[in-house]
Every structure is written in structure tokens, then in C-alpha cells.
Design a protein around this ligand. Structure first.
Ligand code: OAD
Length: 230
């Protein structure tokens, strides 16, 4: 089976009703990004960050995967599909995608502030955390999110996966945030690249096909190009 690696950003979940970050009216218009999503912001005001991610989780519980997420699951009938997402939502998993690698962490997880390897799942009826929340060892917890100015541990695996792709697809990202934005440069020479986004960023890579459409429509078009029954 040929391998398709799909790199997704906030635009993938926009039609589910989750705001993107950098579009007009996006999250970074409403919240000061360096206060709610940076290592320094967390050190300065952890309560604000807990509150910000509590809100994001409550919002996530109200939305559903969209047709774009679902069509990516259909692609698994004919291809080995690996999703690499910058999104911290769980909409790919809830749609049924079997291989999802999160680059920027996961909203529905928290971790110990003393031991990075102690990671815990939150559940829909227990999704709030605060500066008082302790894990079973008595340690404080933080959102399992990669803040700005923190390392991106899964990037090494993501780069390997990009290099294994027979087809590489980018969906709904402004390609502003590195290292995630660099993934399309790690494909093997000759690999076809498709970029689905209604307002695509300017990229110069060989074998690029831009599909300037929203995710739902763009993924449907991609399935047509790849002759997958949708
Ligand atoms: P951005 O908000 O920067 O970009 C969203 C992209 O989605 C833009 O290119 C839009 O044109 C596109 N878009 C909007 N609606 C769409 C739709 N219906 N279908 C497809 N595309 C659509 O979001 P990201 O590139 O994902 O990190 O941002 C990257 C990272 O920056 C995020 O992971 C987040 C943020 O800071 C963290 O919080 C760690």
C-alpha cells in the first residue's frame, strides 16, 4: 500500500466550528498569544493558562469531526494514511483515523510538572484543571501542550514519516510555525505534494498542487484525484 502523509493545521477543524489562530477573528486576535501559549506566560500566570485550556476543552466537547476528517478516514481503504497534526483537538481520532501524531500536544491530556513522562487523559466530565490540581504523586500538572519556546519532541518522528511518504498532503495551515511548517521539505525527491487551503501560503517546493478550497471540499477533490471512493 502506498503511504500518504497528511499534515494538518487549524483550518482542518475550522468547519467543525473551532477557530483558527491567525485568520481575522482567530484565537490570537482574542488572546495575547505569548500570555496563553508560551513557556514564559505559563511561568508568569499559570492560572490564566489553565483557564484558557479549560475553555478550549469545553469548546472541543461541543463540536464534531467534519466531512474533511471523515474523508481522510475513507482514504485508509486504499492507502496507508499517517496524519501529522499541529492541532491539539481530537477530531481526527474521533473521526476514526488510525494513525495520528500530534506535534503540538493534546488538549485532552495533562502531564506532571515534575516528570514529563507522566501523562494523564482527561475525560469529558473531568476536563478542568487549575494551579491546585495534583496528580496521584502529589505533583502539579500542566496542559500537555507544546508552548512557544518549548521543544517539539515529536518532530523527529514527523520528519522520518515525511521522508517515507509516497504522497504528501498539507491541509489548513498558514505554515507560519516552525518546525511543523518545514515538514514538506523533508519528502523524497519526486513526491507529489498537495496543499489544501482557501488562502494558501506561498510555498516553493517541486511537484506542488495547490487546491485553494476549504478542507471538506478540498479533501473530496483530492480523493477524486487519487481515485478513492468517498
Ligand atoms: P493558522 O491559524 O495560522 O492558519 C490557519 C489556516 O487555515 C490558514 O492558512 C487558513 O487559510 C486556513 N483555513 C481557514 N479555514 C479553512 C478551512 N475551512 N479549510 C481549510 N483551511 C482553512 O493555524 P496553524 O497553521 O494550524 O500552536 O497554526 C499553527 C500553530 O500556531 C498552531 O498549532 C498553534 C498556533 O500557535 C500552538 O498553540 C502550540
Amino acid at each position: 500500500m502506498k503511504k500518504i502523509v497528511v499534515s494538518t493545521g487549524a483550518g482542518m477543524s475550522a468547519e467543525s466550528g473551532l477557530s483558527t489562530f491567525r485568520d481575522a477573528g482567530g484565537l490570537w486576535d482574542k488572546y495575547p498569544v505569548m500570555e496563553v501559549a508560551s513557556a514564559e506566560g505559563f511561568a508568569r500566570n499559570p492560572a490564566l493558562i489553565h483557564q484558557f485550556y479549560n475553555e478550549r476543552r469545553r469548546e472541543l466537547m461541543k463540536v464534531e469531526p467534519n466531512q474533511g476528517h471523515k474523508l481522510l478516514v475513507e482514504l485508509e481503504k486504499d492507502y496507508d494514511v499517517q496524519i501529522i497534526t499541529q492541532n491539539v483537538d481530537n477530531l481526527h481520532e474521533r473521526a476514526g483515523s488510525s494513525k495520528v501524531l500530534h506535534l503540538h500536544g493534546e488538549l485532552m491530556k495533562i502531564r506532571s510538572m515534575r516528570r514529563d513522562d507522566r501523562i494523564y487523559d482527561l475525560t469529558p466530565d473531568n476536563l478542568e484543571t487549575s494551579t491546585e490540581t495534583l496528580d496521584k504523586y502529589g505533583d502539579h500538572v500542566r496542559p500537555h501542550i507544546v508552548f512557544f519556546n518549548e521543544d517539539v519532541p515529536n518532530i523527529t518522528r514527523a520528519i522520518e514519516l515525511a521522508g517515507e511518504a509516497d504522497i504528501f498532503v498539507v491541509i489548513g495551515t498558514s505554515l507560519n510555525v516552525y518546525p511543523a511548517a518545514s515538514l514538506l521539505h523533508f519528502v523524497k525527491a519526486g513526491t507529489p505534494i498537495y496543499y489544501i487551503d482557501p488562502h494558501p501560503a506561498h510555498v516553493e517546493v517541486p511537484n506542488l498542487t495547490v487546491i485553494a478550497k476549504k478542507a471538506t471540499e478540498g479533501v473530496a477533490e483530492l480523493l477524486g484525484i487519487l481515485s478513492v471512493r468517498g
